[in-house]
Design a binder for this molecule. Structure first.
Ligand SMILES: Cc1ncc(COP(=O)(O)O)c(C=O)c1O
Ligand SMILES: N[C@@H](CCOP(=O)(O)O)C(=O)O
Length: 466
């Protein structure tokens, strides 16, 4: 299996090289050169598999000859061993035809663990084989950071540096990152938004000499391995609800567009998915696009669902590339225009094509709070603000006879203030995080400049080497 860049001007790489390099050298994102497909019988055979084996079966199509399915089985078994639910990704019916799939049973209580725990294993495996070390630089709006730190902490072959937007995550989210003591972990509180953090990470990758000198790698969903490891839970839910003989729809609270892109990839591989519904908060660039072909950047505004306070959804580029018929030149032109003008000029036929599958609903904070409250009153289900947005989108677009699965992406205990305001209940943190507020924090505040981040990365790499 080989991978190509959405901008057409970077080397074609194998899975392991894509894993280690993260972003393509031309600024584009890697995608499989050809999409693997599963037959009806292949899907049916997966129904009987425990989740880690299902994940290994799907990932094996993406790793190709770099990592075989048996090795992946071992790595996935280790990755999911620490999850606190026997089903790993339990599915619950909350309303007629509306299901919730919980993706937050990993160590950091958000869906990021689903892929990040696998990535930790993959990095360890590939770096040991090659006897190499990499420096992971990641941007987070709240959840990717702690999941990456948890997956990489204490690993000799990895240094991890995480940029979070200062004051814009929940306190639980910040403490989950900043109270980790292992010396290979560095936290930077950036004076800016998540988009600033993500841009800074990309600018470090664009400086090829710096990237090579520091052996940079990525754990954000710009890294294809993240998306690949997010595909299996869509397959798991769909098979549980009657696929491949029956269609299923998904509603996904969306920010960087990585999670829903994984569902799109599952469909590309033959999973019968009818609809993909984007849920947004007030940072509603994606729903404005879907509803009116308006992809114009407005300032990022803080919301009750801080992990989705994003305006530049990196993975949209992968969908755009596909909808343009894999025309990398057109994709590069549109993406460059977007970054210079703040407006993405999506051809009308591409927009119409996107709308045949995707739909979008945006909720403001008052609507999000009302959704959490009513859902709790009606069904007893406690959804965190992100998941609540997905559930609202799922209800809005559900079609008769087609099960709708809303992805629950975070545990409510990560957002206690919103939960208390909506339900009067303060959800407890699980035992392993019960003393989170007594742990000492370690982080440095830095301006949102490339120079400041480069200095911090150099310092972290030097101190780890010494
Ligand atoms: C809890 C939660 N829900 C939803 C999202 C949005 O997911 P994506 O960025 O993959 O669209 C995020 C952040 O990525 C998140 O942390
Ligand atoms: N919501 C994310 C933002 C980064 O998303 P990613 O999937 O690209 O890592 C977060 O919580 O950090």
């Amino acid at each position: 299996m080989r991978y190509i860049s959405t901008r057409g001007n970077a080397p074609v790489l194998s899975f392991s090289d894509v894993l280690l390099s993260g972003l393509a050298e031309d600024g584009g994102l890697y995608l499989p050169q050809t999409w693997p497909e599963f037959s009806l019988a292949d899907w049916q055979a997966m129904r009987a598999l425990p989740y880690p084996e299902l994940a290994a079966r799907i990932l094996a199509r993406f790793t190709g000859s770099d990592i075989d399915e048996d090795t992946l089985k071992t790595l996935c078994a280790k990755a999911y061993a620490g999850f606190d639910h026997p089903a790993i990704v339990p599915l619950t019916q909350v309303e007629d035809g509306l299901f919730v799939q919980e993706l937050f049973h990993g160590p950091t209580l958000a869906f990021k663990d689903m892929a990040m725990q696998v990535l930790g294993q993959l990095f360890e495996y590939v770096l040991t084989q090659r006897d190499e070390h990499v420096t992971i630089v990641g941007a987070t709006s709240g959840d990717t950071g702690s999941a990456a730190i948890e997956a990489c902490r204490g690993r000799q072959r990895l240094s991890v540096i995480i940029l979070h937007p200062k004051g814009r995550t929940s306190e639980v989210q910040r403490r989950q990152m900043t109270t980790v003591r292992e010396p290979n972990v560095t936290n930077l509180a950036v004076e800016g938004t998540f988009d600033d953090c993500q841009d800074l990470v990309k600018s470090l990758f664009a400086d090829i000499p710096f990237r090579q000198e520091m052996h940079l790698s990525a754990v954000n969903s710009i890294n294809w391995a993240r998306i690949a490891a997010q595909i299996p839970y869509y397959v798991h839910a769909a098979l549980a609800l009657g696929a491949p003989e029956r269609e299923v729809s998904f509603a996904v609270p969306t920010g960087n567009f990585g999670n829903i892109l994984a569902a799109w990839a599952a469909r590309k591989m033959g999973l019968p998915i009818r609809q993909l519904c984007v849920g947004s908060n007030r940072n509603d660039i994606l729903t404005r696009f879907l509803n009116a072909n308006d992809m114009t950047i407005k300032g990022v505004v803080p919301s009750l669902s801080p992990s989705m306070d994003i305006q530049v959804s990196s993975n949209f580029e992968r969908l755009l590339f596909e909808l343009l018929g894999r025309d990398a030149t057109a994709c590069a032109r549109i993406m460059t225009g977007f970054r210079s003008t703040g407006h993405m000029d999506v051809p009308a036929e591409v927009w119409e094509n996107a709308r045949t599958l995707f739909c979008g609903l945006a909720l403001d904070d008052a609507q999000t709070e009302a959704e959490i409250r009513t859902l709790h009153q009606r069904s007893g289900y406690m959804a965190d603000p992100h998941s609540a947005i997905g559930i609202a989108a799922g209800r809005r677009f559900r079609q008769p006879g087609i099960p709708m699965v809303a992805e629950a992406t975070a545990h409510p205990a990560k957002f206690p203030d919103a939960m208390v305001a909506a339900t009067g209940i303060h959800p407890a943190l699980p035992v392993h995080l019960a003393d989170l507020f007594e742990r000492e924090e370690r982080y440095r505040t830095v301006p949102a400049t490339e120079g400041a981040i480069k200095d911090a990365v150099r310092a972290a790499v030097l101190s780890n080497a010494g």
